[in-house]
Ligand binder design. Structure first.
Ligand SMILES: [Zn+2]
Length: 147
C-alpha cells in the first residue's frame, strides 16, 4: 500500500550493508576475545562441565560467579555473531532486509540501528515473547522503548 513491492532493487546499497555487518562482526569478535581473556586460560572448565545430572550449588569454589557471568556474556555474543553472519549470508542470497516471518521489508531505519535484524518490528516482539511460552496474551500496551 505504501510502496511497490521489492523488485530486486534494495532500498540501500548492498555494499553499505555488508560493511556495517562486517564492522559489527569484528566488533563482536573483539568483545568475545576480551571476555575469553578475562576468563583466563587456566580456568577453562574441563570436560564434564556439561552433561552432568545437575550441578550442586554447594560446590563452593572460588570465583565461580565471574566465570558464569562470562559464560553468559559469551553466549550472547555468540548468538549475536551468528545473527550477523547469517545476515551476511542473506545479503549474498539477496534476501537481506526481509522479515523471516512475513517476508515484508524490515525497513531501512531499523536495519541501520540493528544491521542483523531478522524480523520486522512487529514480529520481533512476537518472536521474542513467544520464545518463553506460547499462548500469552500480547495485548498489554507496555512501554515499548526498543530501537
Ligand atoms: Zn514480519
Amino acid at each position: 500500500m505504501t510502496e511497490a513491492r521489492t523488485t530486486g532493487e534494495s532500498t540501500a546499497p548492498v555494499e553499505a550493508r555488508r560493511t556495517a555487518l562486517e564492522t559489527e562482526h569484528h566488533r563482536l569478535v573483539g568483545l568475545r576475545r576480551d571476555v575469553l581473556g578475562e576468563v583466563s586460560d587456566e580456568a577453562v572448565p574441563a570436560s564434564g562441565a556439561t552433561g552432568g545430572p545437575g550441578r550442586h550449588p554447594t560446590d563452593g569454589g572460588s570465583g565461580g560467579e565471574d566465570r558464569e557471568r562470562s559464560q553468559a556474556v559469551l553466549g550472547q555474543l555468540d548468538q549475536q555473531l551468528r545473527d550477523v553472519d547469517d545476515a551476511i549470508g542473506r545479503l549474498d542470497r539477496g534476501e537481506y532486509g526481509l522479515c523471516e516471518v512475513c517476508g515484508e521489508p524490515i525497513g531501512a531505519a531499523r536495519l541501520e540501528a540493528l544491521p542483523a535484524s531478522r524480523f520486522c518490528v512487529r514480529h520481533r516482539e512476537l518472536v521474542e515473547r513467544g520464545m518463553g511460552r506460547a499462548g500469552e496474551p500480547i495485548g498489554g500496551a507496555g512501554p515499548v522503548a526498543l530501537p
